[in-house]
Each structure stands twice: as structure tokens, then as C-alpha cells.
Ligand binder design. Structure first.
Ligand SMILES: Nc1ncnc2c1ncn2[C@@H]1O[C@H](COP(=O)(O)OP(=O)(O)O)[C@@H](O)[C@H]1O
Ligand SMILES: [Mg+2]
Length: 511
């Protein structure tokens, strides 16, 4: 048997699955594609996460596009973190190109141009579905992490969350949190400290400064209502295609702290709301994070640990996470070791450091009788990659240098007009742009303080009147003022709206 036939069998036997799968492209040997030696990824192991790596311009984002399209076709919803804003083209069919036809001829899959159902999401004021979360939903643990709170500060934050929960004071935005912090150090100091614990003024001051910093980073736009319901990420069209949700993040790519916080809170919310999947034959949702180094850049060790534990846990909810980045070393070891699918595009060997990275990367791939991984890594063309997936039993499939399919949708971005049309027709845009302006901690505490002041003023006036009529025995009235003030407070508090559930699960999980 000749070498090509042997190789063909090697790839095809290793990529034969009982269940459904997606096809990435065709395997290559010595620079030539072996037509129909298709490289496949079973849907069953897509919740086992993955990595798409390679130098700039080698085809990472297009690989992401190809996988997302194929998942949508299989009825699997997708969430894309689009850092550079270059993925919107998925909503329109590819105009085609002779080079694309040539590519597909070599792969042995006819090229088909088509568009995909897309929803545009945004963290900012840009057009699209607004992604927001309330401070209450963040919960004390995550909220402490965002502002990088010390142990003492976290203690205070926990007290404030507990207090707001007990007193039904919804913490919707940062304004609410600042108000409750201020209240607990002034008007409400005695009340809070008696029942919950001491609020040190210097720690409280530091918390306030950190929140102001967060606001300056622009985080305030992302706290508030209407908070995003993660069920809206798993929508499927009437004809059974998974909706591709694209979060446009162009305006926060220079704010890595904000981005990693957002990612972590979203993953935590997904984790706490999605049901346990058991042994499923397909993922519920697949998330791609383009330019993923941004999540880890400047992230603290604690944040790394949290991302690592969430990556581990979220699998059981049928959610697959795919990191797209230049170098595998951009991803912390603890996360890297959990990634099942690996799509490694070409790496460049310009410097000694590059060569070291190539050696390290090569060592992370299964050995192959057909390749010298290190050599292949530097000689892959654009839109070609070394692929290693997990088979249905969770074992690595044969390593294959792969010529990847071209995206069926447009590789170029949408025009503003095209984007506008999508947003105009979106049900979700309408749902989440609705302005909710209910009373939250800020208003409720203000009212409470006001009423308390009024009650006190009334009491004082009465006292004055008494004083002038009886002119003596006035010493004991201080206590009386107190009790009628608290009565006024209780009345205000019991009429407050009910707070949404605080992230109990997240708290437990992140400890
Ligand atoms: N699978 C593919 N099919 C066809 N062309 C591709 C493919 N992958 C990459 N290309 C070409 O290479 C260019 C760069 O790809 P891109 O995915 O943006 O690179 P990266 O994200 O690694 O910087 C694309 O604009 C496209 O012309
Ligand atoms: Mg890219």
C-alpha cells in the first residue's frame, strides 16, 4: 500500500464517529491535500473546550467563523466575542472567489455560499442588544474581585450585600452601591453595625475610590437593568439553525480589566442558570473568545484561578469554550491543559523566543508517524492548521495538518446599513432597550433618610411645643425620637420592591 493510501486510512479510521460531527477540512501530507481524508470533530466532545492559535494573518478568525457556521447548521447556538469587529460578515453569504473554489476542490467538499442567523450584542451604547447585569446579580464575591478588594474590604462588601438583601434594597447599578456604602457609614451606621458588623471608615473610603475608578473605566454602562437573560443565548431559528450571537467589543479592547470581568460574570451567570447536561451528544452553546489574550492580560492570579475553575465546571452544563489567540502560551497552563480541540495555525520563527515557543507548542501535540510537528508548524500556509480533536471516547484523534474549509459567509464585515437592518429586525434589541426605571437602593435609601429626618423634625417641633407649655422634665425625650424614627424607617423598607436573587452559587464556586 502506498504512503498516501496508508495516511488516508489513518485519518479516516481515526475520524469515524457514531454520532454527528462537523467537518473542518481535508488532511495534508507533505504539503498536498489528500482529498476526502476529512478531518472531523464530533459534536459530542465540543463541550470539552478548545484553542485556535497561530501568528497574525494565518487564519484563526476564519477558522472560528468556519466552526461557528457549521455549528449553527447543526442547530447549535454560538456566542462570539468579537474584539476587532471582524465577524459580522457571518450574517451575509460569501460572494465567492476562484481561490475559494480551488481550496474546496482540494478538500473534496463542494463550496456552498450562505448567510447565517445573527444577533448583534453590545456592552456599550453601540447599536445592538444591550448586555447588562445588576450589581445584585454580581454578588459580593465577584463584585469584590472586580474592584480587587482586600479581605477587609470584601468583608464590608459582603455586609452591604447582605444588608441590601435583608432590607430589600435592590442594587441595580453602581450608584446604588455607592449610596448604600455611604448610608452604612453615616445615617445608617448604628443600625448596620449593630446587626451586621463594623464598617471601618478607611476601608469604606477605599472601596468608594475603587468604585469611582471602575466608573472611570466606563463600567457603569454595563451595570443596571434590564439585565440580560442567558436563555436568550441559546435560541434556534424556526428552521432549526443555531443563532450566532456576536458581542461587538471593539470599544472595550483597550480595557482588559473590564473585559475579563464581563467574561467571568457572563460565564458565572451561564453556569448558574443552565441545567446540568449529563452525557449529552451535543453542546448546548459554544462560546468563542477571539483575541483571548486580552482576558488574561493584566488579570490577577485570583482571576486566573477563577477562570480556570469556571472552565472546568461549565463543561457539565454543555457549554464549550474556545480561546483564539496568537500563542498557546498566552493562555494560563491550568486552562490550556483542559482544552480538547486544538487548531494550531502557523507560527513564525523570527527570534530565539519564537523558536522556544514553537518547540513548547510542538510538545503539546500528540506524536504522529507522518509529521515532524515542529517543521510543520512553521511551514503551514494561510487557512491551514494542525488539528487535534477528541474522539467520542475523549481520546485525541490522529494529528492532521489540515487545509481548512472557507467560510460559507462573507469574510468581510457588514456595512453600517446592513448592521442597522439586523438590529432593526431583532426582537431582542427591542426587549433589552426598554428602559426600566424602578426604585432601587439609591432612591429607597434617600427616601428613608428623608423620612427619618422628617420624623425627627416633627418630633423636635413637638418637643419644642411641650417645652414651652410645660417648661420642665424634658430630658427623656431623646429615646422617644429614636423609636419613632425607626418606625418611619420600617415603613419605608417594607414597601420596597423585591430584590432579584443574589448569586449564591457563584459565591460557593469561587471560594
Ligand atoms: N479558511 C480560509 N479560507 C479562505 N481564506 C482564508 C481562510 N483562512 C484565512 N484566510 C485568508 O487569510 C486572511 C487572514 O485570516 P484571519 O482569519 O483574519 O487571520 P488571523 O485571525 O489569524 O489574523 C483572511 O482574510 C482570508 O483572506
Ligand atoms: Mg483574527
Amino acid at each position: 500500500m502506498d504512503k498516501q493510501q496508508e495516511f488516508f486510512d489513518f485519518i479516516n479510521t481515526g475520524n469515524t464517529f457514531k454520532g454527528d460531527f462537523i467537518t473542518m477540512g481535508a488532511a495534508m501530507l507533505e504539503g498536498e491535500t489528500i482529498t476526502n481524508a476529512h478531518v472531523k470533530v464530533p459534536l459530542k466532545t465540543l463541550n470539552r473546550h478548545g484553542l485556535i492559535a497561530g501568528a497574525t494573518g494565518t487564519g484563526k478568525t476564519k477558522t472560528l467563523q468556519v466552526i461557528a457556521e457549521n455549528l449553527s447548521d447543526k442547530g447549535i447556538p454560538v456566542l462570539l466575542m468579537d474584539m476587532k469587529g471582524d465577524l459580522s460578515g457571518i450574517a451575509k453569504a460569501s460572494p465567492g472567489h476562484p481561490k475559494i473554489d480551488e481550496r474546496h476542490e482540494k478538500i473534496g467538499i463542494p463550496f456552498e455560499a450562505k448567510d447565517f442567523p445573527v444577533e448583534i450584542l453590545t456592552l456599550s451604547e453601540q447599536d445592538g442588544v444591550r448586555l447588562r447585569a445588576t450589581v445584585s446579580e454580581f454578588g459580593p464575591v465577584l463584585f469584590s474581585r472586580i474592584i480587587d478588594a482586600t479581605a477587609a474590604q470584601s468583608g464590608i462588601i459582603s455586609i452591604l450585600f447582605k444588608y441590601s438583601d435583608d432590607k430589600k434594597l435592590p442594587l441595580l447599578d453602581l450608584k446604588d452601591f455607592k449610596k448604600i456604602l455611604q448610608y452604612a457609614t453615616k445615617e445608617g451606621k448604628a443600625e448596620v453595625e449593630e446587626n451586621y458588623g463594623r464598617i471601618g471608615p478607611s476601608s469604606a473610603g477605599s472601596i468608594l475610590r475603587k468604585i469611582v475608578e471602575l466608573e472611570q473605566q466606563g463600567a457603569d454602562i454595563f451595570f443596571g437593568e434590564k439585565s440580560f437573560d442567558t436563555d436568550d443565548l441559546t435560541r434556534i431559528t424556526e428552521d432549526g439553525r443555531g443563532i450566532i450571537n456576536i458581542v461587538r467589543l471593539t470599544d472595550i479592547q483597550d480595557k482588559p480589566g473590564l473585559f475579563s470581568t464581563f467574561m467571568l460574570s457572563l460565564l458565572a451567570e451561564i453556569y448558574s442558570t443552565f441545567p446540568e447536561q449529563g452525557d449529552s451528544d451535543r453542546p448546548e452553546l459554544v462560546i468563542f473568545i477571539d483575541e483571548a489574550h486580552l482576558i488574561f492580560k493584566e488579570a490577577s492570579k485570583a482571576l486566573h484561578n477563577q477562570i480556570e475553575s469556571i472552565v472546568k465546571l461549565i463543561r457539565s452544563k454543555g457549554v464549550g469554550l474556545y480561546f483564539v489567540t496568537q500563542n498557546p502560551t498566552d493562555i494560563p497552563e491550568g486552562v490550556l491543559s483542559q482544552l480538547g480541540l486544538k487548531v494550531q495555525h502557523a507560527l513564525r520563527a523570527f527570534t530565539a523566543k519564537d523558536r522556544k515557543a514553537i518547540k513548547l507548542t510542538a510538545e503539546n501535540y500528540p506524536d504522529s508517524p507522518y509529521y515532524d510537528t515542529k517543521t510543520v508548524l512553521t511551514s503551514l500556509g494561510i487557512g491551514e492548521a494542525l488539528v487535534s480533536a477528541l474522539d467520542e471516547k475523549g481520546r485525541p484523534t490522529p494529528l492532521a495538518a489540515t487545509m481548512l474549509r472557507a467560510p460559507m459567509s462573507r469574510m468581510d464585515v457588514l456595512t453600517q446599513k446592513e448592521l442597522d437592518t439586523i438590529n432593526k429586525n431583532s426582537e431582542l434589541v427591542a426587549k433589552y432597550s426598554e428602559v426600566v426605571d424602578r426604585d432601587s437602593a439609591y432612591e429607597l435609601l434617600n427616601k428613608k433618610i428623608e423620612k427619618a429626618n422628617e420624623a425627627e423634625a416633627k418630633e423636635k417641633a413637638q418637643e419644642e411645643r411641650k417645652k414651652t407649655s410645660t417648661s420642665s422634665r424634658s430630658r427623656s425625650s431623646g429615646r422617644k425620637t429614636q423609636s419613632s424614627t425607626s418606625k418611619a424607617l420600617i415603613k419605608v423598607l417594607t414597601s420596597a420592591t423585591v430584590i432579584r436573587g443574589v448569586f449564591g452559587i457563584l459565591g460557593k464556586m469561587l471560594k
